[in-house]
Design a protein around this ligand. Structure first.
Ligand SMILES: Cc1cc2nc3c(=O)[nH]c(=O)nc-3n(C[C@H](O)[C@H](O)[C@H](O)COP(=O)(O)OP(=O)(O)OC[C@H]3O[C@@H](n4cnc5c(N)ncnc54)[C@H](O)[C@@H]3O)c2cc1C
Length: 258
């Protein structure tokens, strides 16, 4: 089975993140960059099929700046077979529609049975890319899964909502997205890191995929304005002088929190 895992490089969740107020894009050079944890979990799910699925072959695919290859190599060290990296400066600032066009064009030219993505990236947080890709590929999409079972011709799983648990199933080929409920990914070991150096990395541009990012064939969303989140104001400190409970209740009522 051929699985494609969609992974993205993001600014380190634990580090300082800054927004370029002119372009509205994340300042990628401002701090550490890492593989998005949700993407790592998606790869872990694919790797966990080793032994239960015949002829397992895992491709990691990413549309990211050229500098991201170093970060993406971690996925090869974890156990993916190859990396397809769409790196094209013309794609900087791509909206979700263009990203979906590019990734689905790259998926279409590969052999594949299942695409696994995260349900929501840590930085862009659009949360719709896997659904858009499934639509463009004309295949079923099972979103926000909290458990997954993959067989030779089907994928099934559960999606938890506020009101209950849904069981979903789709024939392959299909696109699925998973949530943070999946286990954290393995650390690459020394053998994996050495093996990664010899694994194939294919770098593509938008024109390799027959896409002209500057053409306006399809309407694109345009960022009109961008502003920084206001600094947090100091919180309210309630000192308990025997009436702490009352003060707390008063605060909750005043702020419509109770
Ligand atoms: C040169 C260049 C510069 C870029 N700069 C930025 C930037 O500054 N900020 C930014 O947020 N994005 C940047 N991107 C990436 C791209 O524009 C976004 O990834 C895209 O808009 C997706 O939005 P999202 O993260 O909200 O998607 P979501 O719908 O939240 O993502 C859900 C899932 O889809 C998959 N996915 C999402 N994006 C990608 C991707 N690019 N490649 C592979 N899988 C993916 C992951 O599995 C993810 O968990 C850049 C891309 C290029 C080529």
């Amino acid at each position: 089975m051929k699985i494609i895992v969609l992974m993205k490089e993001v600014p380190d969740t634990y580090g300082e993140r800054t927004l370029n107020l002119e372009t509205g894009l994340a300042e990628r050079g401002a701090g550490e960059v890492v593989l998005d944890e949700i993407g790592e979990r998606a790869l872990e799910l694919a790797l966990a099929q080793t032994g239960s699925i015949e002829d397992l072959d895992i491709t990691v695919m990413s549309m990211a700046p050229e500098s991201a290859t170093a970060t993406l190599r971690k996925a090869l060290a974890m156990g993916a077979s190859r990396l397809v990296h769409i790196a094209d400066e013309k794609l900087a600032g791509a909206d979700l529609g263009l990203t979906a066009d590019v990734l689905s064009a790259a998926i279409r030219r590969a052999e594949w049975d299942l695409v696994i993505a995260g349900n929501l990236s840590t930085d862009g947080s659009g949360g719709v890319l896997p659904a858009m890709i499934a639509e463009l590929l004309g295949v079923p999409h099972a979103s926000a899964l909290t458990s997954v079972n993959i067989t030779a011709d089907r994928v099934s799983g559960t999606r938890e909502t506020d009101s209950g648990i849904m069981e979903v199933s789709a024939p392959l080929p299909a696109v699925i997205s998973i949530t943070e409920r999946f286990p954290a990914a393995r650390f690459p070991n020394f053998k994996g890191i050495m093996a990664a150096k010899k694994k194939p990395v294919e770098t593509l541009t938008a024109s390799d995929l027959g896409i002209d990012p500057e053409s306006l064939d399809t309407p694109r969303s345009i960022m009109l304005a961008v502003s920084e989140r206001p600094a947090r104001s100091a919180g309210t400190k309630i000192v308990d002088e025997g009436d702490g409970g009352e003060k707390l209740a008063e605060f909750l009522v005043q702020n419509r929190l109770a």
